[in-house]
Write a protein that binds this ligand. Structure first.
Ligand code: CU
Length: 230
């Protein structure tokens, strides 16, 4: 092989390695979860009702990602469940939320977080029945919470209650069947645009110190952002 041909081969091989490294960094290290857009085509502050759908699962079975407990958000256009906790809503709107609670019960560390706050009427509807509180210490009743501290919103997400149901939970995510609850509630999105952090308050990071590591501190699992756009 001539010298220019050798140099050319060497350069090509070098570029393949560099390109591969750039792909790995961008795709796996910097590429966070996507944002599901519930604001597109809605005029902010118009009092429009936006319907947001989430589910919480006993595990994640998506590619090579950690298999932790996780939230999923439904894309309003494709109706596909997206493995993310980032979503966008219009400012000054009524947000009707539906959460499918596929995970089993775990007691809250503080029973105060079983209280529903910041929703219309300060209630949530568990399978259609209004309740202002879920007692996770008294019975198997709460899987995770959906809490946005910045607007005083706290909703304990009901779990299946029976031992039989808790022993036969959905095992492939996003879940499409298996024992679950349907939790609904409404709240007003802030009139101010910005990022509103949300999280789960059940110490559901199994295998981590005090249950607060792993999914509890990872965007895309049990903590996320509600982007309010105006
Ligand atoms: Cu949780």
């Amino acid at each position: 092989m001539s010298l220019p041909a050798r140099l050319g081969t060497l350069l090509a091989a070098f570029l393949v390695v560099v390109g591969g490294a750039i792909f790995v960094v961008i795709h796996y290290l910097l590429g966070g979860p996507p944002t599901v857009d519930y604001a597109a085509g809605v005029t902010p502050d118009s009092g429009h009702v936006v319907k947001v759908y989430l589910q919480e699962d006993p595990q994640t079975t998506i590619g090579n990602r950690p298999d932790w407990v996780s939230y999923f958000i439904q894309d309003p256009k494709t109706h596909k469940w997206v493995h993310t906790t980032l979503f966008q809503v219009p400012a000054g709107s009524t947000i009707d939320v539906t959460i499918l609670g596929y995970d089993g019960c775990t007691p809250l560390r503080n029973p105060y977080w079983g209280k529903v706050t910041g929703t219309t009427g300060n209630v949530e509807y568990v399978n259609g029945k209004a309740t202002p509180v879920l007692n996770s210490w008294g019975q198997c009743s709460v899987g995770h919470t959906f809490s946005i501290p910045g607007i005083g919103l706290n909703v304990p997400v009901a779990s299946p209650t029976t031992l039989a149901a808790n022993n036969s939970l959905c095992s492939t995510s996003p879940c499409t069947s298996g024992p679950h609850t349907t939790v609904t509630f409404s709240f007003k999105s802030p009139t101010t645009a910005g990022s509103y952090f949300w999280q789960c308050r059940v110490p559901c990071g199994l295998g981590y110190l005090d249950g607060f590591g792993g999914p509890m501190q990872t965007i895309g699992y049990m903590t996320g952002q509600m982007e309010v756009v105006s």
